[in-house]
Design a protein around this ligand. Structure first.
Ligand SMILES: [Zn+2]
Length: 259
C-alpha cells in the first residue's frame, strides 16, 4: 500500500517536475523548488566554510569580490543571497552553489592573467547556478537512489530525504555532465560580455590548457568541469554572439586589472 502511494507520488512529482528553462528553452527535470535549492546551497556553504580556510591574500579576495559583483549584477537573480570567498588551496578550482555562494581556490590564480579570465571562470560557475544545474543533478541523483531503493526493498521509507541529503552534500564536488558544461559555457560567455569583460578571454583562458593539461592542480578544474576540444570549438562558435553583446556595453572593462 505504502509502495503504491509512493509510486503515485513519484509519478505526480515527475509530471509536474518538468519545467522549461527560460534561458536555454530546454526541458529540465526538477523535483526541487528554487527556494529548496537555495536552502540546500546555504547549508552546503556552512559545511564547506567549516572545512576550508579563507585566504589572507587581499589582492585575490578583492579581485573575486570586484569581478563577482559585476557578474552577479547582470544575472538579475534577485532571489540569490550572493557571497564570494577565496579559499587557501593548491587546487585550481571554483564553484557557485545554488543561491549564489561563490568560492575560488587560490590555486586558480596561477592560471588567470587578468580580471577578465577570472570573470570567465566565475561567469561559468555562476551560469551553472543560474541554470539550476545543481537542482537538476540532485533530482537525477534522488531519482536514481529511489529507483535503487525500490528495487532493493520494495519500499522506500526515508530514502527520498536521504537521497536529497546525499546529493546535496556532493553539490560542489560532483562533475557536471557534458550537456551542463556546454550550457554553462554559452550562458557564461553571455554573462562575461554583459558584465563588460572581453569574451575573447574565455578562449584565452580555457584554450591555454587545451584538452590535455599536464598540470595536476589545473586537472582539478577539469575533474568537476570536463574539458574537451569539442567544448572549445563550441565556445568559438558562440563567440560572435557574445562579441555582439559586448559591443553594445557602454562601459567596458576589457581585460580589467592585469595580474
Ligand atoms: Zn562547468
Amino acid at each position: 500500500m505504502r509502495l503504491k502511494l509512493l509510486l503515485l507520488t513519484a509519478i505526480v512529482t515527475l509530471t509536474s517536475a518538468c519545467t522549461t528553462n527560460q534561458l536555454t528553452g530546454r526541458k529540465q527535470l526538477l523535483m526541487t523548488s528554487v527556494d529548496q535549492e537555495n536552502e540546500m546551497g546555504a547549508q552546503a556553504w556552512e559545511e564547506i566554510q567549516k572545512k576550508e580556510k579563507e585566504t589572507s591574500n587581499k589582492d585575490q579576495t578583492d579581485a573575486v569580490l570586484r569581478v563577482g559583483k559585476e557578474i552577479a549584477e547582470v544575472t538579475t537573480q534577485y532571489n540569490f543571497d550572493w557571497e564570494f570567498k577565496v579559499f587557501e588551496s593548491e587546487q585550481a578550482n571554483a564553484f557557485c552553489l545554488p543561491g549564489g555562494k561563490v568560492a575560488v581556490y587560490t590555486g586558480l590564480f596561477k592560471f588567470t592573467a587578468n580580471d577578465a579570465e577570472l570573470a570567465t571562470v566565475i561567469g561559468h560557475e555562476v551560469a551553472h547556478a543560474v541554470l539550476r544545474h545543481g537542482g537538476e543533478r540532485m533530482s537525477q541523483g534522488a531519482l536514481q537512489q529511489i529507483g535503487a531503493e525500490l528495487l532493493r526493498v520494495g519500499e522506500v521509507g526515508d530514502a527520498w530525504l536521504q537521497a536529497y541529503g546525499i546529493a546535496a552534500s556532493g553539490l560542489a564536488i560532483l562533475p557536471y555532465s557534458r550537456k551542463h558544461e556546454y550550457e554553462a559555457d554559452e550562458v557564461g560567455l553571455t554573462l562575461l560580455a554583459r558584465a563588460g569583460y572581453n569574451p575573447e578571454s574565455a578562449l584565452s583562458f580555457w584554450g591555454k590548457f587545451g584538452a590535455d593539461s599536464d598540470s595536476s592542480s589545473f586537472a582539478e578544474l577539469f575533474s568537476t568541469h570536463p574539458m574537451s576540444e569539442k567544448r572549445l570549438k563550441e565556445m568559438r562558435k558562440q563567440l560572435p554572439k557574445a562579441m555582439q553583446i559586448y559591443n553594445t556595453i557602454p562601459e567596458k572593462h576589457n581585460l580589467g586589472v592585469i595580474y
